[in-house]
Write a protein that binds this ligand. Structure first.
Ligand code: ZN
Length: 189
């Protein structure tokens, strides 16, 4: 997609946080609440920003609540209800009081960060993720947020493919569905 790279990054963090912190199903199996939210949250952010500092238990617990709210946005878009997605995102933006600030670090050029009011790690990620989803929803790519359509999987994704034809959270789920369709076909023949 053609957002700037930092926006891409924070949208990917939103995806990673929802997938790591919200219970449900993943690739055909039950996905429980993680035993250690701090490890799960740190891993999610670290999967996008490898240089980030670990997330502590209190921030991780707060992020789990934020992640549940972010999931609502993906679900609404997947259900074709962009109005509901926009309203849920606006509520998050208002609560996280996202504040843009140009920053320059680690040899990168100036780029926009989004902060919450409290200076907490969770508050900053809540502000960043809400803003990232708001930018997607406010663009021509508003339908690019999705929930995996494979059976027994509800992990989310952002579709950055050129054609916007992604339907699964992972190649694992894509292959599961392909294999099932193939079996059904051979059985029928
Ligand atoms: Zn999946």
């Amino acid at each position: 997609m053609d957002y700037n790279s930092h926006t891409d990054g924070i949208v990917r963090v939103a995806v990673a946080l929802v997938n790591a912190l919200t219970p449900g199903e993943q690739r055909g199996r039950e996905f429980p609440v993680p035993d250690d939210l701090a490890v799960a949250a740190s891993g999610a952010v670290g999967s996008v920003y490898s240089g980030h500092h670990g997330i502590g238990a209190a921030d991780a617990a707060e992020l789990a609540e934020v992640a549940a709210r972010l999931r609502v946005v993906f679900r609404a878009v997947a259900d074709g209800d962009v109005d509901a997605a926009a309203m849920a995102t606006n509520a998050l933006l208002e609560e996280s009081r996202a504040r843009p600030m140009l920053e320059r670090h680690d040899g990168e050029p100036w780029h926009l960060h989004f902060h919450g009011p409290g200076g907490s790690v969770a508050g900053d990620w809540a502000a960043s993720c809400s803003t990232g989803l708001a930018i997607v929803l406010g663009s021509e790519f508003s339908d690019r947020l999705g929930v995996c359509t494979a059976p027994h999987c509800d992990r989310v994704y952002v579709d950055v493919s050129r054609n916007g034809t992604r339907r699964f959270c992972s190649t694992a789920c894509q292959n599961r569905v392909k294999t099932a369709a193939f079996r059904a076909r051979t059985k029928a023949e």
